[in-house]
Design a protein around this ligand. Structure first.
Ligand SMILES: [Fe+2]
Length: 227
């Protein structure tokens, strides 16, 4: 086969890379087969799952990642709250959407056997959670600020399943050098970059815990429930 059949990744346009990823099955899941390329340019951006999807599930997967039920101590790091809604493009809240989320700990290490980082594990950090949105499409969880690692900016991974659309994405933090993160930099549109970054709520919650607000917009999700 000629070398021209295998262009170097740098020679590929972002679009080619993304659609190549699509055809490679990155978007496997409910509704993936019906996704048009147009849908991928709207709403919260589709991003890679990455290598650290939790294969070792924590003992509990509830909405407080700072404590493991039956475990000891509190996770190290800056405790934060994250709240938002899962929405269809027209603004319809997606009730009973599932959010499967995972992140690095305060040292930049995943609780994953393939993570080569030398940074320590934190046995008190839950590291992953599975949440379901309420009837208004709302979700909320407590965690710690994930450390950046390698060339990655701080982020939290999400695999969101709505009624029809499934979206694998990552939430980024405001005030960070996100453009230095190649994955963030390669998000297609400014609107999608904005959609990937959480906002810091003007007032913290309870005991001064920072609250980050982040809505997930599922392009391609039906505008009416059951449609
Ligand atoms: Fe990651």
């Amino acid at each position: 086969m000629k070398s021209a059949d295998h262009p170097k990744p740098d020679a590929l346009s972002r679009r080619t890379m993304l659609f190549g990823a699509v055809s490679a099955g990155v978007l496997a899941g409910p509704g993936a087969a019906q996704l048009s390329t147009d849908v991928l340019l709207r709403g919260t951006p589709q991003l890679t799952t990455g290598p650290f999807y939790p294969v070792l599930r924590p003992l509990d997967e509830d909405s407080d990642l700072t404590i493991i039920r039956g475990g000891q101590g509190v996770a190290k790091g800056r405790i934060i709250d994250v709240a938002g809604r899962v929405l269809a493009e027209a603004g319809r809240p997606v009730a009973r959407a599932k959010l499967d989320l995972w992140q690095a700990n305060a040292f930049g290490r995943y609780h994953h056997p393939a993570d080569p980082a030398q940074a320590p594990l934190d046995p008190a950090f839950q590291g992953a959670a599975v949440l379901t949105t309420d009837s208004d499409g709302r979700f909320r969880f407590r965690t710690i600020l994930p450390a950046p690692y390698g060339n990655r900016a701080r982020h939290i991974h999400f695999d969101v399943t709505g009624q029809r659309r499934r979206l694998v994405t990552q939430m980024f933090f405001p005030g960070e050098r996100n453009e230095d993160d190649r994955l963030f930099h390669n998000i297609f549109t400014q609107a999608q970059k904005q959609a990937a970054v959480a906002r810091l709520a003007p007032a913290p919650t309870g005991k001064g815990t920072p609250l980050y607000l982040w809505d997930v917009v599922l392009a391609g999700e039906p505008d009416k429930p059951g449609a």
